[in-house]
Design a protein around this ligand. Sequence first.
Ligand SMILES: Cc1cc2nc3c(=O)[nH]c(=O)nc-3n(C[C@H](O)[C@H](O)[C@H](O)COP(=O)(O)OP(=O)(O)OC[C@H]3O[C@@H](n4cnc5c(N)ncnc54)[C@H](O)[C@@H]3O)c2cc1C
Length: 383
Amino acid sequence: MPSTAYESPWLSDEVRIFRKTVRQFIQEEFVPQQERWRQQHHADPDASTKAGRIGMLLPDVPQEYGGGGGTFAHAAVVLEELARAGVHFGFSIQSIVARYILTHGSEEQKRRWLPRMASGELPAAVAMTEPAAGSDLQGIKTVARREGDHYIINGTKTFITNALHAGLVCLAVKTDPKAAGPKGISLIVVETKELAGYRVGTPLEKVGRHGQDTCELFFDDARVPVANLLGPAEGKGFFQMMEQLPYERLSVAVAAVATAEQAVEITTEYVKTRTAFGKPLLEFQNTRMKLAECKTGAHVGRVFLDSCIERFMRGQLDPVTAAMAKYWLTDREFQIVDECVQLHGGYGYMNEYPIARMWADSRVQRIYAGTNEIMKEMIAWSL
Ligand SMILES: Cc1cc2nc3c(=O)[nH]c(=O)nc-3n(C[C@H](O)[C@H](O)[C@H](O)COP(=O)(O)OP(=O)(O)OC[C@H]3O[C@@H](n4cnc5c(N)ncnc54)[C@H](O)[C@@H]3O)c2cc1C
C-alpha cells in the first residue's frame, strides 16, 4: 500500500535545483574519498575550496559578502545531502561561524572574512569547549588579556571540529576573568595563519565520524588584534552564543532527520533481500512492526523539523523550540538507527555497512551543540 508522497513545504524549485548540484558534487567529489578521509581522520585540505567553487558554502549568506544569497532552505538541503551520503565535512561549522560574523561583526569584519569563507579559502572552527568546561560554558578559563592594540591569549580548547585546517577560529574567551557569571566572556575571531603561540593537537580518536577531525587547541601568549573582537564591546560573548545556538541546534536536527530517513530506506532494502528460514526478513512480523515504527518516527520528526525550519525562515524559531528539536530529533535518530542495526543482524555491526557507521556517527548528536540533558533543562525553564 503506497503512502502519499510528502514534500517539505519550504522546498522551492530553485532549492530543488540547488540540491541536485550539491548531491552530484558530493557523490562525485566526496563519497569516493570517504575511506581515505576515515583512515587519515580528516577531510582533504582542498575539500573546502572544491565545495566553495560550486557555491555550496555559505548558501544562506548575502551575495554582497560572497555567499549564495539564499535562505536556510539552501543550508538545509546541503546538510541533508551530506547526512544521506554519510559524509562529515565542515559545512555546518562554516555556516555557524559565518552567522556569528554576519550577526555580530562590523562591516569591515564581514568584508574581510565572509567572502574567503564562502570560497573555502578560509575554513573555520568554533572553539567554546575546554577540558573543564563543556555544558557549563561560564566556567571557561581561556583568557584574553588586553595589551595595547592586541589581546594576549592563553588557554586550551578541546573537542574542536575542523580545527586541523581552520584558518579562522571563533574563540570564546574571558576578557574579564573577575566579572561574575557570563559577563566577562567575549568572542574573538582568531586568524590562525602563521600565528605564533597557536597550536593544533593531532586529531582525537573518536568512536565515529572518523572522516572529520576533532582536535585540541593550545594558545600560549598568542597575539590577536583587538580589532578581531566580535561585537561592539567586551563581555557580550555569552549572550552572542546563546542568540546563535538555535541556528546550530536546528542544523543538527536537520542532519538527524535526514539520517533517520536514510536508515529506514537502506534497512527496508536490506530486509527485502536478506532471507532467513526461507523467506525475506521483511516477511517476519517483528521486522515489519519495527520498520513501521521507525518509518513513523522519522516522518513525525520530519513534520516537526519542517515546522521549525519554516519558523526559523520567518525569524520566529525561539530557543526553547530549537532545544526541543535538537533533543527530540537526535534521540529519535539514534533510536531509529539502533533499531535498523538490529534488523541488519551481524552485518549491522560491520563498519563496511553504512548502517554501522551511521550508528557510531549518530551517537554524538545527542552530546554536542549542548547535550540533550541541557536541552531539557532549557525546555523546563519555560514551564
Ligand atoms: C565529536 C565532538 C565534536 C565537538 N565539536 C565541538 C566544536 O566544534 N566546538 C566546541 O566548542 N565544542 C565541541 N564539542 C564539545 C561538546 O559541545 C561538549 O562535549 C558538550 O557540550 C558537553 O560538554 P562536556 O563534554 O564537557 O560534558 P559535561 O558538561 O561534563 O557533561 C557530562 C554529563 O553531565 C550532564 N550535565 C552537565 N550539566 C548538567 C545539568 N546542568 N543538568 C543535567 N545534566 C548535566 C551532561 O548532559 C552530560 O551527560 C564537540 C564534542 C564532540 C564529542
